[in-house]
Write a protein that binds this ligand. Structure first.
Ligand SMILES: NC(=O)c1ccc[n+]([C@@H]2O[C@H](COP(=O)([O-])OP(=O)(O)OC[C@H]3O[C@@H](n4cnc5c(N)ncnc54)[C@H](OP(=O)(O)O)[C@@H]3O)[C@@H](O)[C@H]2O)c1
Length: 327
């Protein structure tokens, strides 16, 4: 198979196109002929070596890529409910790297059929895994209730884009997005189902006296602390990423006590593999939201041989929507 291998921790230059033996599925896994592999900021962090001391995370040389779409090539022992040739997409949290390749392995429990859905595989891999993550974060962690108001930071980002559609499907009364000023124009032209998108730079002024029951924060840094001032009593903030790159930022915890607020972390990769029973409902909700056009994220396809360039684009913040590699 063709693969884009990370040969060392470091800059995007560490990518090397490599021919590797086709992998065979272990029991409970499927092998997938990959047509599209998603690229996310987490791939960038792993390649940079940000988590190099954390056990269980990949060490070079490795093939990155957590989410793929394609067709089932082979079934491991004990796999039922999927057939060879079936179009599929995998959910985040597969636990496995290996997506930046022409053949990838995935846990069957976290592999969802696209048969008969009419969902394009490029959109599927760009939107379904993140929409499933959004569903899990909003239902299992933030316990979003119908009629509540949601605020989503970094509103056009890969993960963030999945939240407004899923929140609406769960009955949210309104969804507001925030972006940096440089993205405001693009946000206002976006097909994502936000009621409004406001500048993140001065959050308090931008939202006035509106208050939010659930805040979704994949950005971190200053906007995280600013969010405490615009949350409704009993509000919950989902900490789901740190796109700001501000790893030193801390939040004043006495503000939680005084404001009746909660901060809740969620990382799908450390949750879903331990709760595969949640994958089916999350995948169904995600696919339904995508099929209804609620997660219309822009998808930019780049050949697998240009994986390094895809990472450069993501690192310098010039991706509108999501990048998908095609082997
Ligand atoms: N918790 C989970 O299970 C999970 C799953 C997937 C991803 N993540 C995490 O979520 C975060 C976002 O990942 P992604 O793949 O969605 O990334 P992405 O597509 O690059 O989106 C990041 C967004 O953050 C915004 N942003 C604000 N300040 C920024 C800054 N200083 N530098 C760069 N971007 C900034 C950007 O929006 P504007 O420029 O428009 O403001 C951008 O659209 C990452 O930390 C990733 O690890 C978590």
């Amino acid at each position: 198979m063709h693969a884009a291998v990370v040969t060392d921790f470091g800059s995007p230059d560490v990518f090397e196109p490599t021919e590797l033996p086709d992998p065979a599925p272990a029991p409970g896994q499927v092998a997938i002929d990959v047509t599209h592999a998603a690229v996310g900021l987490i791939d960038v962090y792993l390649r940079q070596g940000l988590y190099q001391d954390q056990t269980g995370l990949p060490q070079p040389p490795y093939v990155p890529g957590l989410e793929v779409a394609g067709t089932v090539r082979a079934l491991g022992d004990g796999v039922a409910g999927l057939r060879v040739g079936e179009p599929v997409v995998t959910l985040s949290g597969n636990g496995a790297e290996g997506g930046y390749a022409s053949v990838a392995l995935a846990d069957a429990a976290l592999t969802t059929s696209l048969d008969g859905t009419g969902v394009d595989p490029a959109l599927a891999v760009a939107a379904v895994p993140n929409a499933a993550t959004a569903y899990l974060a909003l239902t299992e962690v933030a316990h979003l209730k119908p009629g509540e108001h949601v605020l989503v930071h970094g509103a056009l980002g890969g993960l963030a884009s999945a939240f407004p559609g899923v929140a609406r499907a769960l009955g949210a009364a309104g969804v507001t997005g925030t972006v940096r000023r440089s993205s405001l124009e693009r946000a206002r032209a976006s097909a994502l189902p936000y009621d409004e998108v406001v500048p993140a730079d001065d959050l308090a002024e931008a939202v006035g006296d509106r208050r939010f029951d659930v805040v979704v924060d994949p950005v971190g840094g200053r906007v995280r602390t600013a969010s405490l001032g615009v949350m409704a009593p009993m509000g919950r903030m989902l900490l789901v990423g740190n796109a700001s790159g501000d790893w030193q930022h801390t939040v004043p915890t006495n503000a939680l006590w005084g404001g009746n607020l909660a901060l809740l972390g969620y990382a799908v990769g450390f949750h879903l593999p331990h709760h595969p029973e949640l994958a089916g409902p999350a995948a169904s909700a995600a696919l339904e939201a995508v099929r209804k056009g609620l997660v219309q994220i822009d998808v930019q396809t780049v050949p697998l041989s240009q994986a390094a360039q895809a990472h450069r684009l993501l690192e310098n913040g010039s991706v509108a929507g999501r990048i998908v590699l095609t082997p």
